[in-house]
Design a protein around this ligand. Structure first.
Ligand code: GLP
Length: 258
């Protein structure tokens, strides 16, 4: 079983965002103070919206000089991207991160990386994206959400822990799950994506997995109950020594009984 200390259960998404942002803020402040900010791994999806909103709100209250330092040292890598979408496509994850984080904080867009969904050769793009992360020293903090089928990034089940950054086909259930975020609905949701693999995700120094809402209750229960296995990609995170799970009462639903 995962130690209870790895879980942070909050009453609702607002208090969750507040507490998680407390942790992120400390790490960002440390990073700028010692000019040693490691790249941050960014997840997208509805789950992360309150977290980014709170992070923006907090950082906007920083001293101007600290904000400037953050802008200079910021470096982030998105987890994944749909194949076939330009970075400026409103449905792309690049656009999402820019809208909710990069734009509001005027961060340096040149150092907010994401796989190029519109690359001529997506397989080659996946390989070079993975190399790029390694070249810049690897990810420090990795933020993660989870799909109802247990995918992280777009590592759909079944998926081994050795999977690296690659092109994947999305399951119909994932496409349907994400359709509401798409202008034009399901017919516009691409069938493929580039995603960091479980292997690169596990290479991060620290992982913060955010699981909220009653629709994630079943997947959270499976995560708590199962040993790492390929049918539940999120379960590989149990092997990480610095994993923190952030959840609300709707998702946890009295599941931690120890
Ligand atoms: C998406 C993304 C994941 C995200 C997950 C959950 O497909 N690729 O990074 O964590 O599915 O999304 P949501 O937070 O909208 O439920």
């Amino acid at each position: 079983m995962l130690p209870l200390s790895r879980f942070n259960v909050q009453e609702d998404v607002n208090s969750l965002a507040n507490s998680l942002v407390d942790v992120l803020e400390i790490s960002l402040k440390k990073g700028i103070a010692f000019s040693g900010m490691k790249p941050i791994g960014l997840a997208t999806g509805r789950t992360m919206l309150p977290v980014y909103a709170k992070l923006v709100e907090r950082i906007k209250c920083w001293k101007k000089s600290d904000l400037e330092k953050l802008r200079k040292s910021w470096c982030s890598f998105n987890l994944d991207e749909y194949v076939g979408l330009d970075p400026w496509d409103k449905n792309s994850f690049k656009y999402y991160i820019d809208s909710y984080l990069g734009g509001p904080l005027s961060l340096n867009r040149d150092k907010m990386y994401g796989p190029d969904g519109n690359a001529k050769d997506p397989c080659l793009e996946a390989k070079s994206y993975s190399r790029h992360i390694k070249k810049l020293g690897g990810v420090g903090i990795q933020l993660l959400g989870v799909g109802v089928n247990g995918h992280i990034g777009f590592n759909e089940p079944p998926c081994t822990s050795r999977a690296t950054c690659r092109v994947v086909s999305l399951t119909e259930s994932t496409r349907e799950q994400n359709a509401s975020c798409f202008l034009g609905g399901l017919r516009n949701v691409p069938s493929q994506a580039i995603t960091l693999g479980i292997s690169e995700i596990l290479d991060a120094e620290e992982i913060h997995l955010v699981v909220t809402g009653s629709e994630k209750s079943a997947v959270l229960k499976s995560f708590i109950d199962s040993q790492p296995n390929k049918h539940l990609p999120v379960s590989w995170l149990r092997n990480h020594k610095n994993l923190f799970v952030w959840t609300d009462t709707k998702a946890i639903n009295n599941q931690i009984k120890y």
